[in-house]
Ligand binder design. Sequence first.
Ligand SMILES: [Zn+2]
Length: 307
Amino acid sequence: MMRRNKLYLLNVCFLCVLNLIYSKNYVLKNPYNKTITSELISAKNTINFKEVYSTNLTIPQLKENMTSNYKNEIPTQWGEKTTGVKTQINTTDKIIALTFDACGGSALSNGYDSELIYFLRKENIPATLFINSRWIDANYNAFMALTKIPQFEIENHGYLHKPLSVNGKSAYGIIGTQNIGEVVDEIILNEGQIEELTGRKPKYFRSGTAYYDELAVKIVNEIGEDAVNFNILGDAGATYTKKQVSTACLSAPPGSILIFHMNHPKKETAEGIMAAIPKLKMMGYKFVTLDNKNLSSYFSITKDYFY
Ligand SMILES: [Zn+2]
């Protein structure tokens, strides 16, 4: 009995030490002290130690390089359509890409529209899911389940869901990344986490709020991703009514990229999509993910997008 108690105590101590090591590493390596679930700690720690894909640099080295390379460049554009952002598939074929953001970060924004996902699965509609790290933290099991469904492509919606700015510009009252180092973190920490968890490195990035300056877009490209927005606003941050969502879908020309949200199950995004999809099919449209598509930037930079 005594021996069993000793063993038990030893075990508890061992687990405490293990916990301390893990949490210490995590706090040391994570600049933002996010609250995360225990399942993710190991994946997140691995990212911080690892060299960044194809660059042979660690994250701190990469940040230093980028900061030094771009120190004399000052961005002049700010918005959803800045130089280098992709907005459409380059095709005249009747294909369209539905993209869904999962933003996270608050009880309201951590939601999961399972009815929408069920519908897409039932109808076998491929879709691209832009997932933020905070949403993964709040929906780990749902995230892992989604990654195993072949019709869904998982892409990068950033680490802290910040507008992507090299100097702290804001969008919709959300303060953007403050400098080039934070831009790199915003892209790479979620990219690394998704790769650790799924085995696939994301190819596309969409910033929180979909705002960028053109220098930040260059950094996305240097890291090896494309910045992807949209030519059709599908649900306006999940504020559209069913009718508005459906009308937006039916207005999409061939090659469109539509943006919606999958994190607001109480809003009308799913209903609007369910109403539009049978009509789009009758019009001859097919649905695709963005993977391996030739993407283009079909817009001109207007003065609205200058500082
Ligand atoms: Zn978002």
